[in-house]
Design a protein around this ligand. Sequence first.
Ligand code: PEP
Length: 238
Amino acid sequence: MKKLIAGNWKLNGSFDMTNEFDQAMADCADHVEWLICPPAPYIVNIENTARGAQDCSTNDNGAYTGEISAAMLSDIGCDYCIVGHSERRANHSETNEMVREKAEQLLVNNITAIICVGETLDQREAGQANVVVTDQIKNSMPAMATADNVVIAYEPVWAIGTGKAATVNDVTTMHAMIRDLLKSTLDTGAEMRILYGGSVKPSNASELLNLDNVDGALIGGASLKIEDFLVIGNAVNS
Ligand code: PEP
């Protein structure tokens, strides 16, 4: 499987920006798989990369004002959807169980779930990083998960939006631990993609994205600049 270079725009962008960005992606190198996850109103403007959403409801339909179901995302051609981003876990009190329910909704609607996991700085300093990430993966993973319908994104919370990415050693160690866990719990665990996310930028993309068990990146801030996003994807060895 190709490495996945995913941009998470969060609450940023505009109609025009999405169109400009999409136009610029038309001729991008195809040794990686590109994915853009803009805010929901702009998803349909994305035509030249895979289409992604940033969240979905745990519900199918009904009286849930403001929510968007996985079936609706499928209806507009979404290929991927992020669930369990640390901003949603922290700001919307999302639990592993809710993340798993969202991922289940995605899988039954043929959308690949990008399940985010990652420890806080306090948890890392307390030596709890492996325990926290293991617990998140075990409890957020739907029973029907395979390497074809789920991607794990390891995003240490302390590295998100801080400009301070995890070191090569941190990433190597954590991704190897996640790989072992996936292999021991899923038939297709050896193939499931594991993305790194947290302050990936043009200057560190090459050293982080070509490591063993790093199957791509989830990129926040640097995905908002076309040039930076392209440099990051092109840093992956072909
Ligand atoms: C993210 O929020 O998923 C992220 C990785 O952000 P940034 O690249 O800005 O650290």
